[in-house]
Design a protein around this ligand. Structure first.
Ligand SMILES: Nc1ncnc2c1ncn2[C@@H]1O[C@H](COP(=O)(O)OP(=O)(O)OP(=O)(O)O)[C@@H](O)[C@H]1O
Ligand SMILES: [Mg+2]
Length: 251
């Protein structure tokens, strides 16, 4: 396990396949994400984007192939809880916040749940924890909404709050599935800004269909199709790729 690609990666997949009832959803998928990198994953419905996240997070076991975190931790040997504890945070498409709690309390609960010095041991009024809540709320554009009930936030703000709850766990790698679906244009543009800020200190993998948003992210793009990588490169390069136009972007 000393290939040069493997040694400098936060995430490394090689030859990964998974079959559901005879249907090959992931087909010899290979992908490497560098530490600190942000990567956008695009591709048609059913391409295997969410299944890829299921494999990384231990929800689905691959039939074959390698999945390594941090260059040497074999994720195929671990369960979902162990993988989360390593520092892989996942944001599902639907926001799952505690609706009957305030915005700040949602972050506070996520901090208390994380194994960190801010845990319940120090009590909820811990000054460092409060500073950390402030920082996270500022990152996810919710400072002015900290006292509101989560139920009263817009759909986009709930998505941001959930990203904030992920940040409370200080993951090394964040997996974000279709964060801007259902957001207003202004929220979508703001989400690109905040993910770029988060990517300064974390590795981030973002699945999205919104091409204007993907362009705003300004990162390398991987195009999945039928469970494999169809193309990889800058947004301009993949947008000009004939095969990508054929299977995904249309003419
Ligand atoms: N647990 C499962 N059992 C059976 N089939 C599944 C399962 N999970 C995914 N699939 C199938 O695998 C294929 C890939 O699905 P996946 O959800 O990964 O696509 P996707 O790229 O995320 O698509 P979308 O853009 O629509 O979210 C689909 O054909 C889907 O029906
Ligand atoms: Mg999906």
């Amino acid at each position: 396990m000393t290939s040069p690609t493997l040694t400098n990666t936060v995430l490394y997949l090689d030859g990964v396949s998974v079959t559901f009832d005879g249907f090959r959803a992931i087909n010899k998928l290979s992908l490497a994400i560098a530490p600190g990198e942000m990567r956008a994953i695009i591709g048609p419905n059913g391409a295997g984007k969410t299944t890829m996240m299921d494999i990384i997070t231990g929800k689905t076991r691959p039939d074959e192939g390698e999945v390594f975190f941090g260059g040497m931790i074999d994720l195929t040997m671990l369960d979902e809880a162990e993988i989360a504890a390593l520092g892989i945070g996942r944001k599902f498409q639907k926001p799952t916040v505690f609706e009957s709690h305030t915005v700040a309390d949602n972050i506070r609960l996520a901090l208390a749940g994380a194994r960190s010095p801010f845990s319940a041991l120090f009590g909820a009024r811990n000054r460092i924890a409060e500073e950390r809540i402030d920082t996270i709320l500022s990152t996810v554009r919710l400072t002015e909404h900290r006292g509101r009930l989560a139920a009263d936030l817009s759909h986009g703000q709930k998505q941001w709050l959930e990203i904030g709850m992920l940040l409370a766990q200080d993951p090394k790698l964040l997996l974000v599935d279709e964060p801007v679906a259902g957001m207003t244009d202004a929220e979508t543009a703001e989400t690109a800004h905040l993910l770029k800020e988060i990517a300064r200190e974390h590795s981030v993998v973002v699945v999205e269909h919104d091409m204007a948003f993907v362009r705003d992210l300004g990162c390398k793009v991987t195009v999945l199709h039928e469970g494999s990588v169809l193309a990889e490169g800058s947004i301009d390069a993949v947008s000009a790729n004939e095969r990508v136009i054929e299977v995904y972007l249309g003419r």
